[in-house]
Design a protein around this ligand. Structure first.
Ligand code: COA
Length: 408
């Protein structure tokens, strides 16, 4: 199981080493080590999926994997390895430790037959070389409250404010209902819900209040924080949406309208909203909505054929991809994807390619959040036949666009 890098040893940590491993993760991210975080994360950390690089007795690099299922276009769930806690001690950077951990993880993910991996990246430049592509773009939004009015207001009412324990009992069912049909959305285990809503330490709050949880029956919820502020004798508070999940358009409108009704708030802000967020069209004054690029989920096709044959396609068609994949050579080569209304097949082929691309571009386009033609215009891939891009765009189109609402 161990993998020596000269005198360095790469292996999973034991239960006795977990505290040192978690402390190393915190320090690599420039965070203080909090005893209560160490205990809280223990429940979601599978020791056999952790990795640490040991220099003597000291841990100098870390990574782990949390297991999720991801909803694919068409509604199937696929196992997805959630890569996280990746870091290298400053003294050991740029010596190839990240590369060693990434390659070891990809081999492990393949062995476990997980067709997909996913992560959130601190910097976009890091993970492309390992085949991770930004498949689910998101938006950050902010609007000043005087402008936050809906063109078609919703009848108010029906929203309850819940304490944390009740939220923990009632929100997961709503999330699961939405998750089952929303491409890109990951399952959350009870342990992950507990990690998120079961505690709310000060160091998570960024100067904001404790969390509020507003639930609209079984149709949606918004979890948010408030920041009390006054300027020039006027309220200048902020409401930060942490997660707004709705099962139908009216519920989404009602929850936004609720956020816009909170007194003493001057600005409502949200991160990691879907790329096709309807809010812009809900507003009387859409130009007052400040929209920025948010954190995408980066996806990796660990098995190109399994990933391609598991999702459903918006149009029938046939395409030959010539795939480059340095980190997972088992994916490299030509693959013929055939999609029919009854399902898809993906097999190796000697036929000439319609599209040549790196696996990172295939991952970027895989969930339908970024079109092949857009990647071609960015000179990220080559089309060899006249209708290849139009065919690929039509086959991979997804509605709604893929979305992942949370960091892990
Ligand atoms: C990002 C980090 C993990 C890189 O670790 P590392 O061991 O120095 O990386 P490696 O030496 O294995 O580098 C592997 C490749 O990634 C590149 N790379 C490393 N860090 C990079 C960065 N921040 N941006 C772009 N490329 C980067 C290297 O140049 C190298 O490229 P090459 O294969 O073409 O030569 C490390 O700098 C770190 O811990 N940063 C702070 C925590 C963090 O941001 N973690 C990522 C969380 S998502």
């Amino acid at each position: 199981m161990t993998d020596a890098i000269e005198h360095l040893v790469l292996r999973p940590v034991t239960a006795a080493e977990y505290t040192a491993w978690f402390s190393a993760v915190s320090r690599q991210f420039g965070e203080d080590v909090h005893e209560d975080d160490i205990a809280a994360y223990r429940d979601v950390t599978k020791l056999d999926r952790t990795l640490a690089v040991f220099d003597g007795d000291e841990i100098v690099a870390t990574a782990t994997i949390d297991s999720f299922d991801m909803t694919l276009p068409g509604g199937r769930q696929a196992p997805c390895a959630g890569v996280t806690a990746v870091g290298v001690r400053t003294t050991h950077r740029r010596q190839g430790l990240l590369r060693r951990m990434m390659l070891r993880q990809l081999a492990d993910i393949r062995e476990r037959d997980e067709p997909l991996a996913a992560l959130l990246a601190s910097e976009s430049g890091i993970y492309g070389r390992f085949g991770y592509g930004p498949s689910t773009p998101t938006l950050t939004l902010a609007i000043d409250r005087p402008w936050a009015r809906l063109a078609r207001p919703v009848e108010p009412g029906g929203i309850r404010l819940l304490d944390a324990d009740t939220a923990l009992a009632e929100l997961p069912a709503v999330y699961e209902r939405v998750q089952r049909s929303q491409p890109g959305m990951l399952t959350r285990t009870p342990a992950r819900w507990q990690l998120w809503l079961g505690r709310d330490p000060d160091h998570y709050r960024d100067g904001y209040s404790a969390r509020y949880h507003a639930l609209l029956g079984d149709r949606g919820y918004v979890v948010y924080r408030l920041k009390d502020d006054w300027r020039d004798n006027a309220p200048a508070g902020r409401l930060r949406v942490l997660e707004l999940v709705a099962a139908d358009p009216e519920a989404a409108a009602a929850l936004w309208q609720y956020c816009f009704s909170v007194d003493l708030v001057a600005t409502v802000e949200a991160e990691m909203r879907p790329a096709d967020e309807p809010l812009v069209h809900l507003l009387v004054e859409p130009l007052r909505l400040r929209v920025g690029a948010g954190e995408p989920l980066y996806t990796r096709l660990v098995s190109v054929p399994d990933a391609l044959r598991t999702r459903a396609y918006a149009a029938a068609g046939s395409l030959v991809f010539d795939v480059r994949d340095d980190a997972c050579p088992w994916n490299a080569g030509r693959w013929r994807l055939e999609a029919t209304p009854d399902g898809a097949t993906c097999e190796p082929t000697q036929a000439s390619a319609d599209l040549s691309l790196d696996v990172v571009e295939l991952a970027t386009a895989y969930l339908g959040g970024v079109r092949f033609s857009r990647l071609a215009r960015a000179r990220r891939l080559d089309a060899h036949t006249g209708d290849a891009l139009a065919t690929a765009d039509a086959m991979f189109a997804t509605d709604p666009l893929p979305w992942n609402p949370f960091s892990f």
